[in-house]
Design a protein. Structure first.
Length: 529
């Protein structure tokens, strides 16, 4: 591993036996505090995740979904995959929605059953050491007494506020005085503190079967929505095996559908065949090959991915080596392809975190509302903002992701894990809608080229356009000569600000500890001891 930091950054890697990295400093501290009280990496991850619901509400909340990959230590380390995503209501009028051109982004039709709370409960019971209620202490305090809003969060809050301002329950909770809070301004939401206390004391039961569940269902009924109490009561998460593909000396692991991790694996496998060995991740040729491989990954995923119960093509078929080799053979090293079916889904807002402890447990964890504050539905008196994951369905006929009642939609959020041989090496993720599989690909390419995790996160990124099959966005730090080289190959290039390129965290095993890294595009940092 190269310890150089060749790209402009506001971060340094953190080397320690116990580490936490996420996108908001107060959440990092909550995770570290859990470790210092004798908790393990799962306790730290959950304490951070629960705190993020309060201190980064622009990206996640009690109404979010969650996914995780946990590496448990021992003579035979094992990866546990957790899919806690929720389903659409059992009484959803799917025919009405399918008759539209696309799914709504806001309102009750975009709401699916939230799975994050169930994920917290399951991970704590199976893997944690600390009492479940102890994990909520920081989050409850910040919700009740207030916290200073961090700069990146404040910027996003102000950006999306006009979209939600006309929704009364949202404005009452998240636009105090009729506006979004500014950076450094104290924000508090006592109703959310009370909801967190109920969840902590009941080990999640209140959220799915108690008073909080009744409040959610009652509000849905009052506004003519399909969601009812039985939808919440019947929510169940699933433990799944990871899917994977090798790349150089490493293997990238993702969760299987309904998440889009498959796109990263297809792209990485295609790239492995197309690049013929060494690949300069900063060159025009290297970026061109990555882009073309990513287009193939997106094209396949958007054609075939949905709730696995409805998919007609298996992950194994799409990751077969002969298939990946054939896809790679179609890449023109000198010309951009016009993959009109490879357009990436719209961006989302997400929190990703990782934690690792001195015993060897590592956690890759992600939770999200999807688009910023989600559906805009806030249950009165609770501070619960409900996700809009239903917007991930398609209305296209005969598609595995076609909107239907009681079905899990296409999900953008994907935790990742890297192994070398059979040994766990790195837990990582790059948040941000369609940027996520593209970010995973770019981190893996840089790690294979010898970069450390901080440099891999610092490096300037590219992103396939969501509205132009030849369009590619890059960050300001990509050299003009590289942009010109991509333009000569037929890519339509534009530069965008850092907010368009996600934000990642990573924890890499090194010696008897870890190297933890945090993305400079976000408010957070890595910490350890």
């Amino acid at each position: 591993m190269n310890w150089d930091l060749p790209y402009p950054s506001r971060r340094q890697p953190v080397l320690a036996r116990n580490v936490v990295a996420t996108s908001q400093p107060l959440a990092v501290q909550a995770g570290i505090a859990a470790l210092e009280r004798g908790g393990n990496a799962v306790d730290a991850a959950l304490a951070a995740a629960i705190t993020l619901v309060v201190v980064e509400p622009t990206n996640n909340g009690l109404g979010s979904d969650a996914f995780a990959i946990i590496s448990t230590p021992g003579p035979s380390p094992r990866l546990h995959g957790i899919n806690a995503s929720g389903r659409s209501p059992a009484k959803l009028d799917a025919d009405r929605l399918a008759s539209a051109d696309k799914m709504p982004l806001l309102g009750w039709d975009a709401v699916t059953v939230p799975g994050a709370v169930a994920c917290w409960v399951d991970l704590s019971r199976r893997f944690g050491r600390l009492p479940f209620a102890d994990l909520f202490e920081r989050a409850i305090r910040y919700a009740r007494d207030g916290f200073a809003v961090s700069p990146v969060t404040a910027q996003l809050w102000a950006t999306v506020a006009p979209l939600y301002a006309s929704m009364p329950s949202f404005a009452a909770a998240f636009l105090p005085g009729g506006r979004s809070p500014q950076a450094g301004e104290t924000f508090r939401l006592p109703e959310l503190a009370t909801s967190l206390e109920r969840i902590a004391q009941s080990e999640g039961e209140d959220f799915y079967r108690g008073d909080l569940a009744a409040s959610i269902a009652k509000h849905a009924t009052s506004e003519g929505a399909a969601l009812v109490m039985s939808d919440l009561e019947s929510h169940a998460l699933e433990e799944v095996d990871t899917i994977s593909t090798p790349f150089r000396d490493h293997t990238l692991h993702e969760l299987p559908p309904n998440g889009q991790g498959l796109a990263a694996l297809i792209a990485l496998g295609v790239l492995d065949h197309a690049s013929d060995g060494a690949l300069d991740p900063d060159s025009a040729e290297g970026i061109h090959l990555q882009i073309e491989a990513m287009k193939i990954g997106f094209a396949e995923v958007h054609a075939h991915l949905g709730d696995p119960e409805n998919m007609r093509v298996t992950c194994a078929e799409l990751l077969a080596d002969d298939y990946l080799r054939r896809q790679a053979s179609g890449i023109d090293r000198d010309r951009a392809s016009n993959h009109s079916s490879a357009i990436a889904p719209r961006g989302g807002d997400t929190v990703y975190l990782t934690a690792a402890d001195a015993d060897g447990m590592m956690v890759s964890f992600i939770q999200s509302n999807y688009f910023s504050f989600g559906s805009g539905i806030v249950v009165p008196g609770t501070g619960i903002s409900l996700q809009n994951r239903g917007a991930g369905f398609t209305t296209g006929a005969d598609h595995p992701n076609r909107v239907a009642a009681g079905k899990r939609p296409f999900h953008t959020i994907i935790p990742a894990f890297v192994t070398t041989g059979s040994e766990p090496l790195m837990s990582f993720g790059v948040m941000g809608g369609a940027m996520q599989p593209q970010g995973h690909l770019q981190v893996m390419v840089r790690m294979a080229a010898g970069s450390g995790p901080q440099a891999a996160l610092d490096a300037p990124r590219w992103q396939v356009s969501e509205d132009d099959p030849l369009g590619v966005a890059v960050e300001a730090a990509v050299p003009d000569a590289v942009v010109a080289g991509l333009e000569r190959r037929g890519h339509r290039m534009r530069r965008l600000g850092p907010e368009w390129f996600g934000g990642g965290q990573a924890a890499l095993r090194h010696g008897d500890g870890y190297v933890a890294a945090s993305d400079p595009r976000k408010d957070g940092h890595a910490a350890g001891f």
